[in-house]
Design a protein around this ligand. Structure first.
Ligand code: ADE
Length: 269
């Protein structure tokens, strides 16, 4: 998959894109992210990329000419076919579902805004879509663009190793993931749930699925409304509510805190 990113700060994004999983994906030829500095497409002596807003008011606005020139030069005949996504807090909310849609595409372009915003004509006549990564305002679109690239890239077949790919599933189903544990099985007296040490994969899978449902009800009930729950899942949830397991979570949190405090006192921390 090819991604073209238009930014004033390519150096901020460089390291992240060449490290770890994204770096490996690019070396393996599964992903090709090209960074383009918008300033290279200015034509004046001062290489100006922003200007004061018409009508006054504070802040600066990114000029349309260099952004149009950059995108038109790089996309060439692809213009009109390749989605051009503007990162902006006013865009539609980015989610795992949107990441899945984008991961099906062979190519996309991302425009990172800075300053107070970009000239409206970029949104009207160049961008084909606008994405926001959440209801908060960052100083620029670089972190949002990295967020989109990362979430999309890990869905491209072959980008994640086998074991990592398995984990990917649970969020895709619209549920939060179950808890994870690794060695040691006893850390500061805090034990790993017995079922995970049992070697019984049927029981382990059932426990993980139940934990996943439980976490989602407690932390993100809004996700459950969207998730396609089987009758079996609905029965598990009904039983958890009946057994008051869900309400007990608060109690469990309190107990965990007490245990942690106790350990600190005993160990002079
Ligand atoms: N630029 C600034 N804040 C942003 C956000 N929340 N999402 C996307 N782009 C942004």
């Amino acid at each position: 998959m090819r991604m073209d990113v238009f930014t004033l700060l390519p150096e901020v994004m460089e390291t992240y894109l060449h490290t770890s999983i994204l770096g490996r994906a690019q070396t393996a030829g599964l992903l090709d992210v090209k960074l383009h500095n918008i300033r290279d497409y200015t034509t004046d002596r001062h290489r100006t990329t922003d200007d004061e807003p018409f009508g006054g008011g504070g802040g600066m606005v990114m000029k349309p000419e260099p952004i149009f020139a950059a995108v038109e030069t790089i996309l060439g005949s692809g213009l009109g076919e390749v989605p051009v996504i503007l990162l902006t807090p006013q865009g539609r909310l980015f989610s795992q579902k949107v990441a899945m849609e984008l991961s099906q595409l062979p190519r996309l372009a991302l425009i990172c805004g800075r300053y107070e915003g970009v000239d409206e004509r970029i949104r009207q006549y160049l961008a084909t879509d606008e994405l926001s990564i959440g209801d908060y305002v960052l100083t620029g679109g670089e972190i949002p663009a990295l967020t989109v690239i990362d979430a999309v890239a890990r869905l491209i077949p072959g980008v994640l190793g086998d074991s990592e790919a398995m984990n990917k599933d649970s969020h895709t189903k619209g549920l939060l993931e179950h808890p994870h544990y690794t060695r040691p099985s006893n850390f500061r007296g805090w034990e790993v749930p017995e079922v995970l040490l049992s070697g019984d994969h049927g029981r382990i899978d059932a426990w993980r699925h139940q934990q996943s449902l439980k976490r989602t009800i407690i932390r993100r009930p809004d996700l459950l409304r969207e998730a396609h729950l089987s009758e079996h899942d609905q029965a598990i949830i009904a039983k958890m509510i009946e057994d008051k397991e869900v309400r007990l979570e608060d109690e469990e949190k309190k107990k965990e805190k007490v245990k942690s405090k106790k350990w600190k006192m005993e160990n002079g921390k």
